[in-house]
Ligand binder design. Structure first.
Ligand SMILES: Cc1cc2nc3c(=O)[nH]c(=O)nc-3n(C[C@H](O)[C@H](O)[C@H](O)COP(=O)(O)O)c2cc1C
Length: 222
């Protein structure tokens, strides 16, 4: 395990060009970049050299530092971790929460033919008239924020029977293997820790769910 401060120093040297050849680098200038004293920077360089992550040469005009092959391996491992973290093919999010009951307004709106057609058209299933409400765990409220830039589908508002209906955004997801979608009505009164889910079937029956049951919602963002 490489110390965090060694990794930070090594990365800085690499950013200054140390993987492509020896760079002239005084302890003073490394300290300036890292926001530490020249003495501490000097100790860090010695530590990196001792672990053979860098090679140092003293010349009349100053100290030259190059990242060694071992040092480069350390940085490549770090890079591979970031590739895994940000790989667009692996953008799978899981929200966890508990089932709660609403007032049944979702059922009313999901029975309106215009909404049914719009959702059916973009989700590929005819939605069951009702929404499953889930209260997200605090950690999942944070995860949900990452979804803001994922593939939401916007459904515009409309007028029918002399009243206006609000628009909604949906994003496909899965619960217990069932294809579902999170729906966020633009006129919802729910806070950010409650989500409403629609599916082609009655999820409460299909998954035998009761209030307070814990469930996982999987979203694959492509
Ligand atoms: C597809 C859809 C459309 C909605 N449109 C409206 C709307 O036009 N006006 C409104 O006040 N609430 C609208 N709502 C939001 C509901 O008032 C409410 O936030 C939510 O659906 C509560 O459902 P529940 O009582 O079943 O938990 C809509 C909800 C859904 C699912």
């Amino acid at each position: 395990m490489v110390e965090a401060e060694d990794l930070q120093s090594l990365k800085t040297i690499a950013l200054l060009g140390g993987c492509r050849g020896p760079i002239r680098l005084s302890s003073q200038s490394l300290g300036n970049v890292l926001g530490i004293s020249p003495q501490t920077a000097s100790r860090r360089l010695i530590a990196l050299e001792r672990q053979q992550f860098v090679a140092r040469t003293m010349k009349p005009d100053g100290q030259y530092v190059a990242v060694t092959r071992e040092g480069e391996q350390i940085l490549k491992r770090e890079y591979a971790d970031y590739v895994r973290i940000f790989n667009p093919d692996q953008k799978k999010y899981t929200l966890t929460g508990t089932v709660i009951s609403g007032l049944g307004e979702g059922r009313y709106y999901m029975s309106i033919p215009h909404y049914k057609e719009q959702f059916g058209g973009c989700l590929g299933f005819e939605p069951f008239p009702g929404t499953l409400n889930i209260r997200l765990d605090p950690a999942s409220v944070e995860v949900r924020k990452h979804l803001d830039h994922a593939g939401w589908i916007e459904i515009p508002g409309f007028t029918a029977d002399e009243r206006t209906f609000g628009g909604a955004s949906v994003i496909p997801c899965r619960i217990g293997g069932y294809r579902c979608a999170i729906v966020v009505p633009s006129r919802t009164h729910y806070p950010e820790d409650i989500i409403e889910v629609i599916a082609g079937c009655e999820l409460r029956k299909a998954l035998n769910l009761n209030d307070n049951d814990t469930i996982e919602v999987e979203i694959t963002h492509d």
